[in-house]
Ligand binder design. Sequence first.
Ligand code: SF4
Length: 418
Amino acid sequence: MTGYYSSPFPRRASVGVDVGGVMVGGGAPVVVQSMTNTDTADVDGTVAQVAALHRAGSELVRITVDRDESAAAVPKIRDRLARLGVDVPLVGDFHYIGHKLLADHPACAEALAKYRINPGNVGFRDKKDKQFADIVEMAIRHDKPVRIGVNWGSLDQELLTRLMNENQAKGFPMTAQEVTREAIVQSALLSAHLAEEIGLGRDRIILSAKVSGVQDLIAVYAELARRCDHALHLGLTEAGMGSKGIVASSASMGILLQQGIGDTIRISLTPEPGGDRTREVQVSQELLQTMGFRQFIPIVAACPGCGRTTSTVFQELAQTIQEDIRRNMPVWRTRYPGVEQLKVAVMGCIVNGPGESKHADIGISLPGTGETPSAPVFIDGEKAATLRGPNIAADFEKMVSEYIENRFGMGTRARAAE
Ligand code: SF4
C-alpha cells in the first residue's frame, strides 16, 4: 500500500488492527473504506457492487447483515469475489440480532474479515451485555476484529439518561449538547473496555463515534483520541447528498486528519437516484490525496476559466484527461508503478498557464482571448512542443500517454536497470 503522512501535527499513536490483511492504525496509511447499498441476500447485485467499489479503490467494503438470508449469502459473495480475483476484506454490519446471525451462520462469521457492532442497539436492558458478549466471543473464536461503532442516531439511551440525570444533579454544569457528546464518547470507551475484559485484544478493536454535525464530530473524536489509543474509524454520518455531503465530510474529517486523528475513513454520501456508489470512494481518495496523506491517482490541475477563456476546449480536455486516468488506473497501477505521483496541468490561457504547466510533470496552456491559436506543452518544466489546429486535445492526450509509458513503463525501468 503506498502512503505517507505530511501533516505538521504528529500522527496520533494507535494500536494497529489487521483487518483481513489490511492494517488499520499503528502508523499505517489511512485506509479508505465504503459500504454497499444492495440487499446482501442479492448475491449478484452485491458481488457487482463490492467489485466496483474495490476497483474504484475501496480497501475495505462493509455489507449489511440484517437477516438469515443475507447471512447465508455472505460466504457465497466471498466465494464469487474470490473467483473474480477481488480479495477486498468484507466487513459485516450487524444491528439488533448480530449475536444470533453469527451463531447460526458460522460460514458467514468466517467469511467476514471484521464485525461492526453498534452498542446502542446490540440488545436492550438485561440482554444488552449478554448479546454484546456473545458477539465479542464469536469474534475471539473466529479470530476477527470488531468495530465498535457508536452512532448518535442510535445512542445507548440508558447511558444518555444517566449522564443527563447526573448533570442535572450537579446543577447543569454542561449543556445538553456537551452531555450528549460525552455519552457518545463513553459509549464507545465503555464498550471497548467490556470487549477487552471478555478477552478481545486491543489489536482487534476499532472505534467509531459518528454524528451528523461537523463541530460535534470534531469535538467527539478529539476527545476519543485523547482518552484512548484504539484505532479510529472516521465518518460523518448522514452527511447528505452531493456537494453538501462532500463539504461537510471534508471539513470535519480534514480537520481531524490534519491533527493526526483517524486511521480509516468512510464518506457517507447519499447517492443521487441512479447515482454511482463509487463516488464515496473517489471523494475519500481525493480528500486524502489533496491533503497530502496518500497518493492514489494522478492529479489534474485545471484553472477555473474566466473571461479570457475562448472556448470550452480546456474544460473538456481537463475532464477527458481526468476521466481517462480514473478509467485506466486499475490497469495502470500494475503496468506503471508510481504513476499515481503524476501531475498534469490543463490551463485556459497565458496568464497562469505556462507557470502552472511548468510545475506539473506535463502541462498544456491553451490559447485565451486574443492569443495566437497555439498551445505550448511543458514536460518536466521545459517547453517540449507547441500544438496547433483542431486536434490539440487529442494530440495532448497522446503526449500524456507517451509520457506515462516513458516514465513509468516497465520497459523503461528494465532499460534503466541495464
Ligand atoms: S489561467 Fe487564464 S483562463 Fe485560466 S483562470 Fe487564469 S486568467 Fe482565466
